[in-house]
Design a binder for this molecule. Structure first.
Ligand code: 0A1
Ligand code: ZN
Length: 848
C-alpha cells in the first residue's frame, strides 16, 4: 500500500545527485523471515549537486543500525527515505532487516520455490537497503552472500568462496537497478566462449533440478549473441563469468543484471516435447536482448528513468536485427509489425498514449511499455534508414567511445549521429517527444513516364498533447508495372512537411506504387487502391513486407464489408491467395503469414478509426466465416501442403523446419473447419513435438471439438508447469464465441490455478484479453471476471496487476452498454481498498 495522493515525477525536475558513490560493499545473511543486509558505502559529495543532506531511498526496511565514519548515527527515517547531515567524503555503514519470504510483489529480494532471487529494476534496490536508488549513481560492488544453500551468486566474478559463503566482485561501475543476488539449490549447466579479445568466459545456466536437460537452446543462443555483438557492433564481453538463472516467479520476461541475468523460466527452458517453435524463437531473442544490454544499458546506462528508451529501444532494435540475421529478415519484419500494430498502435490510439520519452510519471514500472520498447526500436531503425548503415555504425562506435561508464540521455545518443553525419536531427527528435501514430495519406499520378507521389501527414492529438508538428518520416517507395516487373526499385522519400510531393522517373505510363516498403516508419498509411492493384502487389511486389501487406489489406477490406454490409467473403481475395500459397519459391513461413487474417482487435480498431462502433460478435463471426470460405476455396492446395510438409525424423527448432511446421499448421487450422477435426485428432495423437501438439489441440478447441484431447493433454502434462500454462491459455484464447469468460472462470477453479504465480495468472486472466469476443462479451462477464481477479491480485503483486489493466485500454471504442459495463469494472478496481500506486495510476489514466 502506498501513499494516497501519489506525486508525479517530472523530467523537468531532474537534478544531479547530491552525493556520488565511490564503492559499495554488501553482506547478506540470508534468512526467509529475517535477512540481514550490511552495507559499507563510500560517499563523496557531487560537485554538480545542489548540496544538502544525505538522502537515501529505502522502503519496507527495518533499520538496525547506521554509522558515519565509524560513529553510530540516528538518521531521520521516513516511509520511503532516510535523511541525515553528512560530511563531504565519508563511509556509510548500515544494517537492515528484510523478510524475502513475505515479498509477494517480486521486487527487491524475494523467494521463489525455496530459492532467493532479486529484481531491482526499476526501484527494487531500495527494498534491499538504503541507497541513492537512481541510475545516474554508478559504483563498483562487492557482495558477500552468507547462507547454507549450495549455490550463492551475485554480479561480476567470484573472488572467494568457503563454507557457507561466497564473495563476488563486479569491477564495472553500475547503477543499483543492475544489482542481483541468487541463492538456492540449483543445477549448473556449463559452457564457455572465447571473445574476439581472447578472454575465456565461463558461461553458466542455473536451473532447478530436472530442468538441466532443457537449457541447450538458451546456451546456444547466448553464444551466438556474444559472437554477433562482436561482429555487428564491435562489442566484446568484459568479465570472466556470465550466468543466466531461470526463476519460476517473475513479473516480466527477464532482467539484464550485470553478469547475472535473471530470467522468467519460460524464456530459458525448452525441449522439443515441451516448447513450441515460437517458444524457441522467443528464447533466442530474449537471451540476446538481455546479453546485448551489457553494452546498451549496463556499460552505458540511463541518466534517469525518462531515458528508458535509450537502453530499451536500442536493445530491442539490436535483438530484432540479430533474430533477422539468424532467421529471415522478411518474416521477422512482418512479425515485428504485427506486434507493433497489435500493442503499440493500440496504446498510441488510447488513453495511455505517451511519448517514447515521457516527461512525467507516477509509477515508473508502468512505463515499461510497447511505446518505449517497440516504438523506441522503430526510431533506431528509421535513424539507420536515414543515415545509412555505415554512418549508423560510426555513430554507435562513437557512442560507446564517448559514453562508456556514463549515465546518458536521448540528447547524448542523437548527438553522436549529428557529429558523424553533420546532419541536424532536431526534427527527427520529435519521434521521441510527440505521442500518437502519424497518419500518412498517399495518392499518385503518372505524367509522361513520371510517377508523382503526393503525401500528407498528420499526428493525432493524444492525452496532454493537443497539437503536433510535422515529423521527419522516411518512406521507402517502389513501383510495379502492369506486367508484374518492378519499374521503380526502392527509394527513400524523406517527408518533412505536412504536404509534400515526390516525383520519380519510371519510364512507364501505368504502374502500381508500393509505398512504405519494409514498413520503413511506424505510421498508419492510407492509400486508396483497387482490389485489382492490391492483388498485383500481392502477386509481384519485390518487397516481401508489402507483398504480405497487400494481402492483409485485401483481407481487411473484405472483412469490413462482411461486418458492416453483411457481404459474402470476397471471392477475388480468395482467388488471389492461391498462387501465393502454392508458390514453392516462397518461404513457407512467409506463406503461413499470408494466410493469417487480421485479428479481431485490429478489425475493431479499424472500425473505430472510421468512426464506426465495433461489434465484437459480428467481427468474430465474420472472421469465422472468412476462414471457412478460405478452407473451402483452398481445400485442395491446403490438403496437398498438409500432406507434403510433414517432416520426417527428429524435431529441430531451426527456422526452415519451423517455417514448414507453421505453414502446415496454418493449413491444419483451416482444414479443421471442414474436415470434422479428423486431421487434427490424428496429428494430436501422433505428435512428437509441442508445436504440432498445441497446434492440433488449439484447432480442435477453436471448433468446439477438443474436450477429450484437452483432458488427455492435461493428464500427460499435469506435472510440467510451463506446459500447463499453455494448457490454460489455449482453452481461453480459443474458446469459441463469447464462452471464453465462462471457460476462464471455470479454469480459475482448477486445482493447478496457482494465481500467485504471475505466469499462471496471465495464462488464464491475461489470455482472456487475447479472446476479443470473450473479453468484450455483451453481458460484461469478461470485464467482471478480470476486475475481480485484478482486485484480488493487487495487494500481493501491484506490478503485474497494473500491467494487466491495459486489457481495458480500448474500452471507449465500444457501444454504450459495453462502455457502461467496462466503466463499472474499472471504477470497482479504482475504488478497491488500499489500491496500489501502480494500479491506481493505470486505472485513473484508462478512465481518462
Ligand atoms: N529491463 C528488462 C525488463 C524489466 C523491466 C522492468 C522490470 O521491473 C519493473 C523487470 C524487468 C528488459 O528489458 O529485459
Ligand atoms: Zn531490455
Amino acid at each position: 500500500m502506498k501513499d494516497a495522493a501519489p506525486r508525479a515525477i517530472k523530467l523537468a525536475d531532474y537534478r544531479p545527485p547530491a552525493y556520488l558513490v565511490e564503492d559499495v560493499k554488501l553482506t547478506f545473511r540470508l534468512d526467509p523471515k529475517a535477512t540481514r543486509v550490511l552495507s559499507a558505502i563510500r560517499f563523496r559529495r557531487n560537485p554538480e549537486g545542489d548540496g544538502g543532506p544525505l538522502r537515501l531511498d529505502g522502503e519496507g526496511l527495518r533499520l538496525i543500525r547506521a554509522a558515519i565514519d565509524g560513529a553510530e548515527v540516528t538518521p531521520k527515517v521516513l516511509p520511503e527515505e532516510l535523511e541525515i547531515e553528512a560530511p563531504d567524503d565519508f563511509l556509510w555503514e548500515c544494517e537492515v532487516e528484510i523478510a524475502p519470504e513475505d515479498n509477494t510483489a517480486l521486487e527487491g529480494l524475494y523467494m521463489s520455490k525455496g530459492m532467493y532471487c532479486t529484481q531491482c529494476e526499476a526501484q527494487g534496490f531500495r527494498k534491499i537497503t538504503y541507497y541513492p536508488d537512481r541510475p545516474d549513481v554508478m559504483a563498483p560492488f562487492e557482495v558477500r552472500v552468507e547462507s547454507d544453500l549450495p549455490v550463492l551468486l551475485s554480479n561480476g566474478d567470484k573472488v572467494e568462496t568457503g563454507e557457507g559463503y561466497a564473495v563476488w566482485r563486479d569491477p564495472w561501475k553500475k547503477p543499483a537497478y543492475l544489482f542481483a543476488l541468487v541463492a538456492g539449490e540449483l543445477i549448473e549447466v556449463r559452457d564457455s566462449f572465447t571473445t574476439s579479445e581472447g578472454r575465456h568466459v565461463a558461461l553458466s545456466i542455473w536451473v532447478r533440478k530436472g530442468d538441466e536437460t532443457r537449457c541447450d537452446y538458451a546456451m546456444d543462443s547466448l553464444k551466438r549473441s556474444m559472437k554477433w555483438d562482436e561482429e555487428a557492433y564491435g562489442r566484446a564481453y568484459d568479465l570472466d563469468q556470465f550466468s543466466i538463472v531461470a526463476v519460476d516467479d517473475f513479473n516480466m520476461g527477464a532482467m539484464e543484471n550485470k553478469a547475472l541475468n535473471i530470467f522468467n523460466a519460460r524464456y530459458v527452458l525448452a525441449s522439443p516435447e515441451t516448447a513450441t517453435d515460437a517458444d524457441y524463437a522467443r528464447i533466442e531473442s530474449i537471451v540476446a536482448h538481455e546479453y546485448f544490454h551489457n553494452w546498451t544499458g549496463n556499460r552505458i546506462t540511463c541518466r534517469d528513468w525518462f531515458q528508458l528508451c535509450l537502453k530499451e529501444g536500442l536493445t530491442v532494435f539490436r535483438d530484432q536485427i540479430f533474430s533477422g540475421d539468424e532467421r529471415s529478415h522478411a518474416v521477422k519484419r512482418i512479425e515485428e509489425v504485427h506486434q507493433l500494430r497489435a500493442r503499440q498502435f493500440r496504446e498510441d490510439a488510447g488513453p495511455l498514449a505517451h511519448p517514447v520519452r515521457p516527461t512525467s510519471y507516477i509509477e515508473i514500472n508502468n512505463f515499461y511499455t510497447a511505446t518505449v520498447y517497440e516504438k523506441g526500436a522503430e526510431i533506431i531503425g528509421m535513424l539507420r534508414t536515414l543515415i545509412g548503415p555505415e554512418a549508423y555504425r560510426k555513430g554507435t562506435d562513437l557512442y560507446f567511445d564517448r559514453h562508456d561508464g556514463q549515465a546518458c540521455t536521448i540528447e547524448d545518443w542523437l548527438q553522436v549521429f549529428e557529429d558523424v553525419t553533420g546532419r541536424d536531427l532536431s526534427q527527427f527528435a520529435l519521434w521521441y517527444h510527440q505521442a500518437g501514430t502519424p497518419r500518412v495519406t498517399v495518392s499518385h499520378r503518372i505524367e509522361a513516364g513520371t510517377l508523382v507521389l503526393s503525401f500528407r501527414q498528420e499526428v493525432p492529438a493524444t492525452p496532454g498533447q493537443p497539437t503536433k508538428q510535422p515529423m521527419l518520416i522516411p518512406i521507402a517507395v517502389g513501383a510495379i508495372g502492369r506486367d508484374g516487373t518492378e519499374v521503380l526499385p526502392t527509394q527513400i522519400v524523406e517527408l518533412t512537411e505536412a504536404e509534400q510531393e515526390a516525383p520519380f522517373e519510371i519510364g512507364a505510363d501505368d504502374a502500381v506504387p508500393s509505398v512504405l516498403r519494409n514498413f520503413s516508419a511506424p505510421v498508419i498509411l492510407t492509400q486508396e487502391m483497387s482490389a485489382e492493384d492490391r492483388a498485383l502487389l500481392l502477386a509481384h511486389d519485390t518487397d516481401p513486407f508489402n507483398k504480405w501487406e497487400a494481402g492483409r489489406q485485401l483481407a481487411k477490406t473484405a472483412l469490413l464489408r462482411m461486418v458492416t454490409d453483411g457481404a459474402e467473403p470476397d471471392a477475388a481475395y480468395l482467388d488471389a491467395l492461391e498462387p501465393v500459397l502454392t508458390d514453392d519459391r516462397l518461404d513457407p513461413s512467409f506463406r503461413a503469414l499470408v494466410l493469417g487474417l487480421p485479428s479481431d482487435d485490429d478489425m475493431a480498431q479499424t472500425l473505430a478509426d472510421a468512426n464506426s462502433t465495433p461489434d465484437p460478435e459480428a467481427i468474430a463471426a465474420a472472421r469465422r466465416r472468412m476462414s471457412e470460405a478460405m478452407a473451402r476455396r483452398l481445400e485442395a492446395p491446403l490438403a496437398e501442403l498438409y500432406d507434403r510438409l510433414r517432416i520426417e525424423g527428429p524435431y529441430s527448432p531451426d527456422a526452415e523446419s519451423a517455417g514448414k511446421r507453421s505453414l502446415r499448421n496454418a493449413a491444419l487450422s483451416l482444414l479443421t473447419k471442414i474436415d470434422g477435426g479428423e486431421r487434427a485428432r490424428t496429428q494430436f495423437a501422433a505428435a512428437d513435438n509441442m508445436t504440432d501438439e498445441v497446434a492440433a489441440l488449439s484447432a480442435l478447441v477453436r471448433n468446439g471439438r477438443g474436450d477429450d484431447e484437452a483432458q488427455a493433454f492435461h493428464d500427460r502434462w499435469k506435472d510440467d508447469r510451463l506446459v500447463m500454462d499453455k494448457w490454460f491459455t489455449l482453452q481461453v484464447v480459443n474458446a469459441p464465441g463469447a464462452s471464453g469468460a465462462a471457460v476462464a472462470d471455470r479454469l480459475t477453479q482448477h486445482e493447478a490455478f496457482d494465481w500467485k504465480n504471475p505466469n499462471r495468472f496471465r495464462s488464464v486472466i491475461g489470455a482472456l484479453g487475447a479472446n476479443h469476443a470473450a473479453f468484450h462479451a455483451a453481458d460484461g462477464s469478461g470485464y467482471r471476471l478480470v476486475a475481480d481477479w485484478l482486485i484480488r491480485l493487487d495487494p500481493l503483486n501491484p506490478q503485474t496487476t497494473a500491467r494487466m489493466t491495459t486489457m481495458f485500454e480500448t474500452w471507449t471504442r465500444y457501444d454504450a452498454d459495453r462502455r457502461a459495463l467496462a466503466q463499472e469494472a474499472l471504477e470497482r478496481i479504482a475504488g478497491a481498498e488500499g489500491l496500489s500506486r501502480d494500479t491506481s495510476e493505470m486505472v485513473t489514466r484508462i478512465l481518462g
